[in-house]
Write a protein that binds this ligand. Structure first.
Ligand SMILES: [Zn+2]
Ligand SMILES: [Zn+2]
Length: 426
């Protein structure tokens, strides 16, 4: 393959599942998990006995969560909507099982074995092959400047020898004896109301195909697997202003499967934290250290090197005294706006003030310095009657409050449900 259709999906084609959970399309995994847990508690049928719709609502939320919680399914949903998912999002997990995983004991993380039913996996012909999700690490520089990345990939393609039949010559497969050619075997499925229903599991023997080839009738090249590995070269474009978690979709570039169109290759950008700049939307934040002399007397100099290597020169207004942690904004020096890269957000600068060193103090005339600086303070007024003399000891502020050994813990009602640290949405 030399050329691949390339489109980037910044905005999901559908947002219904996000709306169901009441989160934004850019919500983090943690936000989605929290939102789901809150909603699931609120709408659990046991707590809404008088609401005949409660069960359905709960199922919908569970299905929404199941998709958004899985990076691969979420990417597929964002790129293609609910129709892009196997089974079209139909069916649903047992609500008891879901609830047990989240709220019951059991231990372990919420590993969602939720399944759209055995028919959806392998056995039945689906609309499209599996998507390949590839996390791709990027720097803030990459997202600021844009970047084209070529990469070698190995994917499964239909065997050229047998053209995907898996057979040698004109050999025809025979119906599978394990499943009588049906491709599935009967199994029990637990229903939301706790009853058991009949369902189907993919036949293990023929992997759902319903037919098998004898050993000696299999294609030599692919050993009857119908597919072979092929190395390809892919190029992806990281556009200016793209964000963390953004997906770049190479439509149809995924593994091939006999009889159905290939799935997509979806790159999910993972932006590393930058040592100088912090990003929030289109804005950037950075710290600039100035000297005490600059804080008092002003400056006119290159204060920072931007993400494209450009210097940014700034002059402070005459007479302005800059205090530690004062902030200013440099308009138009933020991130390029996605799809409108000529426009940029803003850059916020917080000033840190570097005090002179003790070495420097030793080298100057302290009396002369004292004479030009504002005077020192005197004792507090009124003077207290009793005065103790304290000792000057340097400390580390992290030690503050660390002396109680029994260890205070937050009484969070969610503690038992969630052992992960609380994260604030940015
Ligand atoms: Zn073959
Ligand atoms: Zn079978």
């Amino acid at each position: 393959m030399s050329v691949t259709e390339l489109k980037s999906c910044a905005v999901p084609v559908e947002t219904e599942l996000y709306q169901l959970l009441g989160v934004s399309v850019t919500a983090t995994d943690d936000e989605i998990k929290k939102a789901y847990r809150r909603k699931a508690k609120e709408h659990h049928p046991d707590k809404n006995i008088n609401d005949p719709e409660a069960g359905r609502k709960f199922q919908e939320m569970a299905a929404a969560y199941e998709i958004l919680n899985d990076p691969q399914k979420r990417a597929t949903y964002d790129a293609h909507g609910i129709d892009g998912l196997p089974g079209g999002g139909g069916g649903g997990p047992s609500m008891d099982d879901i609830f047990a995983q989240f709220f019951g004991g059991g231990g372990g993380g919420p590993t969602f074995g939720f399944d759209f039913g055995p028919d959806m996996h392998g056995g039945r012909r689906r609309g499209k092959g599996e998507d390949s999700i590839i996390p791709y690490d990027v720097t803030l520089e990459d997202l600021y400047n844009g970047k084209s990345v070529k990469m070698n990939m190995e994917k499964e393609v239909l065997c050229s020898q047998c053209k995907g039949s898996g057979a040698r010559g004109n050999a025809k497969p025979k119906p599978c004896s394990t499943c009588d050619g049906k491709g599935w075997t009967p199994t029990k499925l637990r229903l939301p109301n706790g009853a058991y229903g009949a369902s189907r599991a993919q036949c293990k023997d023929c992997k759902g195909a319903g037919e098998k080839l004898k050993e000696k009738e299999r294609c030599k090249k692919c050993k009857g697997e119908k597919l072979v590995k092929e190395k390809t070269r892919q190029e992806i474009f990281i556009e200016k202003g793209m964000s963390d978690r953004q997906r770049i979709v190479l439509a149809g570039a995924g593994d091939q499967q006999p009889g159905i169109p290939a799935g997509d290759v979806i790159f999910i950008l993972k932006a590393a934290a930058h040592e100088s700049f912090e990003r929030s939307g289109n804005d950037l934040l950075t710290h600039v250290t100035i000297t005490l002399s600059e804080a008092l007397l002003g400056f006119s100099r290159i204060i920072l090197t931007h993400l494209d290597g450009r210097g940014v020169k700034l002059s402070s207004p005459p007479g302005k005294i800059i205090k530690a942690q004062d902030s200013i904004v440099l308009r138009g020096e933020g991130m390029p706006i996605y799809k409108r890269p000529d426009e940029k957000g803003d850059l916020y600068v917080i000033f840190d003030i570097e005090m002179p060193t003790e070495e420097w103090m030793k080298s100057i005339d302290l009396k002369a310095l004292a004479a030009v600086l504002p005077p020192k303070r005197v004792d507090v007024d009124p003077q207290p009657e009793v005065v103790d003399v304290a000792k000057y000891e340097e400390s580390d502020i992290v030690d503050f409050g660390e002396d109680d050994e029994d260890g205070w813990e937050d009484e969070d009602e969610d503690d038992e449900l969630d052992s992960e640290p609380e994260c604030r949405p940015q």
